[in-house]
Ligand binder design. Structure first.
Ligand code: UD1
Ligand code: MG
Length: 489
């Protein structure tokens, strides 16, 4: 059920100057998603009456990410600071909302439970503002919580305005707050752009609330990592590392072995079954689903792949938008893409590319092959170096190979073409016509053996390589040699 008395506001209008990027900050990615998408996903289960995102820089692109997740957007143009952004958000917040959680679009590690706890703490204290703070080892860049001698919050001081003494404060402002709106709005109206950036800082509203003797509290985040913001590329890398570690931990908790986990990258929507083993340097991306008892060997990249149980992916294989049925094997150095499907016990070996093709049960294609737009029946063997010539320069054409077929090495199958059940194709064939079931298809030049030809050719070449002049010189040298040796004696 939605909590009808509070809204959530996500500030996502800023450019992100410190990233030095053409892409708006909140669209940068960490842990397999854009920053703002992480934030929205953490907010939705809190069930507020509405989620409003303040957009501005690349507003359309940011809206395209958040709108499908049920977020309303409001445009801040120009962007005159976090305080100004909240004033702009007011337009979209229902008058029935008493409270608002406010959070930045660049702090993506925040969890739903922490937001719910923040609202609870705010309600229980009857506060005007509740700040989520955190104690972190390196607070540089963050606004700091200034407390009075009695421990109550006096103000938030931005990093750029800190005195030397204040710089030692390790309690930072996460920029995640809960406000009682009727107390906040009048304070926002008094804000002045008294800072180097000439912006209206939301953080200044805290001191104003205090001056008005309103209750302001700061609650420490139990996990300081949760509030990390992304202002720089280094921040993005640090946050990405946390997401990746969390995901690996969840996968290992589900009964999966990961060797050298810090080298393995797993996107948030990936699922992996128990007793699967993942070797170092593996990437599992997109909506990849892996069954139980599989082995994904080193250096392999799987994206939007589906693996049933007991599948073996040997080193350095790419499996992209493809399906591997149980007990199938692929690699090393294989490339399966765009709708490749291996049925049970099918095997694809090294330097084999399979595109939009089905390899039936037990099919083997072990070496140096391209199979594109092909349908291959069960029990068929595809020889080394086989190529389906599926593209005629305009269209992609299908190759259909029946069951228990033997395709000899170095066969080119010029599509569209069919090879019937039980047929053989001789090695080195260029197959341009259908091969009927149980037939032998042979399409290569006739071999001719000319006896003694090579030896005769060698003789001819060696006599051609010795010009007459040089032969004369050699003869005279040979004759001269014994005479010189006689003189020596
Ligand atoms: C802000 C806080 C700082 C806190 C830190 C935590 C202020 C003035 N400072 O600093 O105390 O420690 O977050 O990460 O609030 N935005 C808008 N419109 C604007 C300006 C910003 O929507 O006009 C958005 C940005 O897109 C961003 C968020 O507000 O998502 C915060 O802005 P940012 O510039 O990252 O503030 P910080 O310098 O990190
Ligand atoms: Mg920031």
């Amino acid at each position: 059920m939605a909590n009808s008395d509070f809204a959530i506001v996500i500030l996502a209008a800023g450019k992100g100057t410190r990233l030095k990027s053409a892409v708006a900050k909140v669209l940068h990615r960490a842990g397999g998603r854009s920053l703002v998408e992480h934030v929205v996903r953490a907010c939705v289960p809190v069930k507020p009456r509405e989620i409003v995102a303040v957009v501005g820089h690349q507003a359309d692109d940011v809206s395209a990410v958040v709108t499908p997740l049920g977020v309303e957007t409001v445009v801040q143009e120009p962007q005159r600071g976090t305080g100004h952004a909240m004033l702009v958000a007011r337009r979209a917040i229902s008058s029935r909302a008493k409270f608002a959680i406010l959070l930045p679009g660049d702090a993506p590690l925040i969890r739903t439970e922490t937001l719910s706890a923040l609202v609870r703490a705010h309600r229980e204290a009857g506060a005007a503002a509740t700040i989520l703070s955190a104690e972190i080892e390196n607070p540089a860049g963050y606004g700091r919580i200034l407390r009075q001698d009695d421990g109550s919050v006096a103000a938030i001081v931005e990093d750029s305005a800190l005195t030397g003494e204040q710089r030692a404060i390790c309690e930072i402002n996460s920029s995640i707050y809960c406000f009682t709106l009727e107390k906040l709005w009048p304070c926002l109206a008094t804000l002045k752009p008294q800072n180097v950036h000439k912006e209206l800082y939301l953080t200044d509203a805290i001191a104003v609330l205090r001056q008005r003797a309103e209750k302001v509290q700061a609650v420490l985040a139990t996990d300081p990592e949760e509030v990390l913001g992304c202002n720089t590329r280094a921040d993005l890398a640090a946050v990405d590392a946390v997401f990746r570690r969390r995901k690996r931990a969840a996968v290992m908790d589900a009964g999966v072995t990961i060797e050298l986990p810090e080298t393995v990258l797993i996107d948030p929507e990936v699922t992996v079954g128990a007793d699967t083993r993942i070797e170092p340097g593996v990437q599992l991306l997109g909506k990849t689903r892996i069954g139980a008892g599989c082995t994904i060997r080193t250096g392999s990249v799987l994206s939007d792949a589906v693996l049933e149980d007991n599948v073996l992916v040997k080193p350095y294989s790419m499996v992209i938008a493809s399906h591997l049925s149980r007990d199938s094997q692929t690699g090393p150095f294989a490339h399966l893409r765009d709708g490749a499907r291996l049925e049970e016990k099918a095997r694809v070996g090294n330097f084999v590319e399979v595109k939009k093709s089905v390899l039936g049960e037990g099919v083997k294609s072990m070496h140096l092959t391209y199979l594109g737009d092909a349908h291959i029946g069960s029990g068929t063997n595809i020889g080394a170096g086989t190529i389906t010539c599926n593209y005629d320069g305009v269209n992609k054409n299908p190759t259909t190979i029946g069951k228990r077929v033997f395709i000899g090495s170095d066969t080119a199958l010029v599509a569209p073409v069919r090879v019937g059940d039980g047929a053989y194709v001789g090695a080195g064939s260029v197959i341009t016509k259908n091969v009927p079931a149980d037939a032998l298809g042979l399409a290569r030049g006739q071999q001719v053996n000319k006896l003694g030809w090579a030896a005769a050719r060698r003789r001819e070449l060696s006599s051609a390589a010795k010009p007459k002049k040089s032969r004369a010189r050699t003869k005279s040298r040979r004759r001269a040699k014994p005479r010189r040796s006689k003189r020596k004696r």
